[in-house]
Design a protein around this ligand. Structure first.
Ligand code: ADP
Ligand code: MG
Length: 728
């Protein structure tokens, strides 16, 4: 009987590209399925429109009667697009998006039915919270949770459903999702940054944080993916010998996009554009069948929603094209994994990017202020920033000699390094008029307004300044950006707040002029944050040694990294910045640790099953063929038998030793799992899974992969790397 693998290969070869028509300009399609400002102008009364805009721009409350008006118009708009259902769309801590659809349809007696959608349904819903991760919050009070409309992210139509972006909180008010703390962090950074901006421009009333993510992913044939139980259940290959050709030739990166992938991208992009996701860039990545998609950056809350939505839409559209998207950070051993660079900056309501150098010395001082404060924030909270991107799947990149290391450092490039060196020499206290002029003309004034082309690109840095933004590169491809964005914006908010206090103190107590005070504080920051700046090779062993000397953390695994999320400092920080209560912070830690345990547990089970129930029987089957062969040789050759059967006998022995290797290691792994499962304490349990269970994966895999090289290709049950990676 042919294996599942051969069925899958046959099916994959018969797949024809799905043709995609594109008749309309994208600029015309953009946002057509979004209840955005433009649509609202058409559908809402003037009062309702102003009400929503005030909520969006200034966080004003939307009252009942207004909500009724908005919901009714939203319904009319949705019905005009053939929509039948609505859902509150939210991002629970599972990492995916959640929705529960309700029909607009309602009966009103006497066999009459109408389409109804009231303000109540728009503003608040009550999904059962008990099956979502809650980290113990639910147990303390009651199971109920509710979703509440987030007017800052516009409603959209996907398929035949009206989706309303919402926050998800427990009945007692604690956040149960990624969005709630993010919104609070964005508020915190707005408040703190706006205050600091006032040193430079009194007209600034609001600062927004922007995010431009770059999503990497693998795209493989669906039939082939489905033939692999590990990909189906864990999103990655747990075994598989590397293909003779991988990425050595660098012939995939920026190469011409294969037709099937291209058609998928076109359809995906059209859907994205309709949904208001401003997708812009697409290209091949380094590894075979690896690609990247990036939009134009947006306000961070919207960008996070759009990334979550994108990940969902990608899966659905891929399926239509008989493809499967792998968002896992490391689907294949031996070739590059996938990340999600988070490009981040702050900008004012007066249209200034605070992380872009300006044209005048004053605007450059403003730039330096935000630039140096960001460095300082990362310096103070590097361990927490590392924790913000910790997950079982991202551990395969961070700390595993791939992509950015687990050590957080900041790369700023030669030019800015020089500027900081000069600023470090600024006199303490009052500055002489000469020094001021010198600073204005030759230091601050000399920062070119376009740094973009001058910042050297260091691909190994986890947090790099790239001309007009910082690029947080260590985020995982599978991650919800809400988590790192909450933490980054919170630490910057805290830092800016502290900065303001220090500067004001110098102005009041030491009678310094505003810019003197700023120079004084920045000088001290430059001195005290040097250990976080690193321009060298982040992959090198030398860096690990050097980083240790500098006192930087190097938490290579998730259980180690996550500890920073519940340190006293972190709890205090989140409380002080009104981002999370101590209950929320602790709950999140529990949830993330549990998720880690669960992932490793599932991987262990799947690997054990494949190794024992797929690989070992296949190896035995092939070994029996060899044994039969040897028996036959003996009959025919008699005396010369040992010479002619030598290789077969070696093979038989070799296969036996690998079978033994698999069985003993699977047994060991099962025992370690059992031991780990008896541990009550979540930290101890996660560490046991990390240090005792997971290392056995490599041993099991080693023997399986060796067998792949020995056993007859025709009976090998698992689709091989070369088939997964080179079928296009
Ligand atoms: P790459 O890193 O691939 O070389 P770029 O450095 O040009 O590409 O940056 C790509 C991403 O950076 C895009 O998603 C873009 O929208 C985003 N980006 C550009 N400017 C900003 C900004 N001011 N704030 C946030 N993101 C930005
Ligand atoms: Mg980038």
């Amino acid at each position: 009987m042919p294996t599942l693998r051969f069925h899958a290969i046959k099916e994959s070869l018969s797949n024809k590209p799905v043709l995609v028509e594109e008749n309309e300009r994208r600029s015309k399609l953009f946002g057509q399925n979004v209840f955005n400002e433009n649509t609202m102008r058409q559908y809402l009364t003037k009062d309702a429109f102003m009400g929503v805009m005030n909520a969006v721009k200034f966080g004003k409350k939307i009252d009942r009667s207004l909500a009724d008006q908005v919901s009714s118009s939203m319904k009319d708009w949705a019905l005009s697009k053939g929509v039948t259902h609505y859902t509150h769309w939210f991002q629970p801590l599972t990492g995916t998006t959640a929705e529960k659809h309700d029909a607009f349809f309602e009966t009103v007696g006497d066999g009459i039915a109408i389409e109804k959608f009231g303000g109540d349904q728009l503003v608040q819903q009550e999904p059962d919270a008990s099956s979502f991760p809650h980290g113990g919050i639910r147990n303390t009070f009651e199971a109920r949770g509710y979703t509440a409309w987030d007017p800052t992210s516009p409603a959209f139509v996907y398929g035949t459903t009206l989706c309303i972006p919402t926050i998800f909180v427990a009945y007692t008010g604690e956040a149960l999702d990624y969005k709630t703390p993010l919104l609070r962090a964005l508020q915190a950074v707005d408040a703190a940054a706006t205050e600091v901006c006032k040193y430079f421009d009194k007209n600034v009333k609001k600062v927004t944080s922007s995010l431009g993510w770059e999503q990497e992913y693998f795209l493989i044939d669906k039939a082939l993916a489905t033939s692999r139980p590990d990909i189906t259940l864990t999103g990655r290959t747990l075994l598989g010998h590397s293909s003779a050709k991988g990425q050595q030739l660098d012939d995939h990166y920026f190469g011409s996009i294969p037709t099937r992938a291209f058609n998928f991208m076109r359809e995906l992009e059209t859907e994205c554009v309709l949904l208001g996701i401003p997708v812009k860039t697409r290209h091949n990545e380094v590894a075979p069948n690896q690609f990247e998609l990036a939009p134009i950056f947006e306000e961070a809350n919207l960008a996070v929603d759009h990334n979550s939505l994108l990940m969902d839409v990608m899966g659905r559209i891929a399926s239509k094209h008989n493809l499967k998207v792998l968002l896992h950070e490391k689907p294949f051993a031996g070739i590059n994994g996938s990340g999600k660079h988070n490009n981040w900056s702050l900008s004012t309501d007066t249209g200034v990017n605070l992380l872009a150098p300006g044209k005048t010395p004053m605007s450059n001082l403003q730039f330096l202020t935000f630039f140096i404060n960001t460095i300082k924030a990362v310096h103070e909270h590097e361990e927490l920033l590392r924790a913000s991107i910790a997950s079982a799947s991202n551990d395969h990149r961070l700390g595993a000699n791939e992509a950015p290391p687990a050590i957080i450092s900041v790369f700023i490039g030669q030019q800015l390094t020089k500027v900081l060196e000069e600023l470090e020499g600024v006199t303490k206290g009052k500055l002489s008029p000469e020094e001021k002029t010198e600073l204005k003309l030759n230091v601050v004034g000399k920062i070119p307004d376009v740094l973009l082309d001058n910042t050297d690109r260091n691909r190994t840095s986890p947090f790099a300044f790239t001309g007009n933004k910082f690029e947080f590169r260590a985020v995982g491809s599978l991650a919800n950006c809400g988590n790192p964005m909450t933490i980054l914006n919170t630490i910057v908010a805290k830092q800016l707040q502290d900065f303001k206090v220090e500067v004001d103190k110098l102005i009041d107590k030491k009678d310094l002029k505003k810019d003197e005070a700023i120079f004084n504080v920045l000088r001290e920051y430059i001195k005290s944050t040097k250990s976080i700046l690193f321009e060298g090779n982040g992959y090198g062993k030398e860096w690990e040694v050097e980083a240790k000397k500098r006192g930087l953390s190097n938490n290579k695994t998730t259980p180690e990294a996550l500890k920073a999320k519940i340190s006293d400092n972190t709890i205090k920080l989140f409380e002080e910045m009104n981002v999370m209560s101590s209950i929320e912070t602790k709950a999140r830690y529990e949830i993330e640790m549990e998720a880690y345990i669960m992932h490793i547990q599932i991987e262990g089970r799947v690997l054990g099953d494949i190794a024992r129930n797929h690989i070992v029987p296949t190896a035995v089957k092939y070994q029996n063929v060899l044994i039969e062969n040897v028996k036959g040789l003996k009959e025919i050759f008699d005396k010369k038998f040992t010479t002619v059967s030598k290789e077969q006998i070696n093979l038989i022995e070799e296969i036996s030793s690998h079978i033994e290797g698999i069985n003993s290691n699977v047994t060991k792994m099962i025992n370690e799992r059992k031991k780990a499962n008896t541990l009550e304490d979540v930290e101890k349990k996660a560490l046991a899974y990390c240090n005792d269970v997971k290392p056995l994966f490599d041993d099991i895999r080693y023997h399986c992969d060796k067998l792949e090289l020995l056993v007859d290709d025709e009976i090998w049950p698992l689709t091989k790397y070369r088939e997964l990676l080179f079928t296009r």
